[in-house]
Design a binder for this molecule. Sequence first.
Ligand code: HEM
Length: 352
Amino acid sequence: MAGTGVVALGDDSPAQPAARTISPYGEHQPGIAMAAPAAAELVALKLSTDRAGLGRLMRLWTSEIVALTEAGRRLTVTVGFGLRAFELTGQRPRGLDDLPVLSHDRLQAAWSGGDLLVMVGADDTLSVVNAVRRLIAGAGPYATPVWRQTGFWDGTGPNGEPVTGRNLLGQVDGTGNPAFGTPEFDETVWSTEGRFTGGTTLVVRRIRMNLDAWDELPEAAKERVIGRRLDTGAPLTGTAEHDDLDLEARAADGRLVIPENAHARLAHPSENDGRRIFRKGLNYLHDTGTTRESGLIFLSHQADIAGQFLPILARLNAVDALNTWTTTIGSAVFALPPGFGPGGWLAEQLLS
Ligand code: HEM
């Protein structure tokens, strides 16, 4: 039952203050068409059950999710199926396959793969930690964790307004995404494929950053790596964050203002036959004793991984200026089933 303050996804106009809770119900899983949460944990699990057991787990998680989202501060739970889960449900969504290992990848098994994914996001870490504990404890007879990743994102400005947020390299990150509620967003993200309609896919890449080497770089050089300014996130050819990139503009000396190997050029839809993805980042820190590793849990949603994400990734792997400071150490792909309504359950379309 929806309590006071619960809103259905899509009812939330941007001018209103953020609702305290987010409805668990809808055509899509509700955590997807949202900005990155302040606090998040992702857990990948290995399945140790059959099709009927997976169905029982999905029903169990559905009731947990309804209870958790009514209690947590803007808490969302997003569930994904890895390739092994589709051996139990039947046909995989189009384009869902393991990513090839690219030349610049240094993948570690400890951060890669998984048969199931559960991702919890909320305004506060405590809600996330408690929710994850309950969901994982409930999964016990059916699935056990193989990796866990925690991350954070600060998408709130000084006056409480939503802002794009920054990664640990100090860059404004997320500007070039399709805007929520536009046909462009819907076409980029949601599947229209049979019983998977309303679902999407998710690529999770754990990308380590070499912050010490990055710090050595002068500011102007850092800006040329992306093709955008560090202070505002504006393109080097514009003045405001959301100005379009001018990929043809040249400086007085004839050089391209946004260089040939700049990340934002190489990833731009106009350089990728119109291909788009919807990205979210979660900053991560991983401390071992006094040694700290920093990086980005890079999350990409698209209807079709092979058709949209992979060609962009392959291009960036080959020539992206950013590769000098970043190394992908984990990789996993999941299909996120459509959402459920009252009385329904998660992945019912795939399992009943
Ligand atoms: C740690 C790794 C990465 C960092 C630090 C990073 C950072 C950035 C930054 C600062 C921007 C410009 C602002 C924006 O539009 O969001 C950007 C844009 C973009 N990045 Fe990344 N990125 C990373 C990895 C990736 C990967 C792996 C992909 C895809 C395979 C990707 C795809 C894109 C796309 C599609 C854009 C928008 C281009 C546009 O439409 O203008 N990025 N990234």
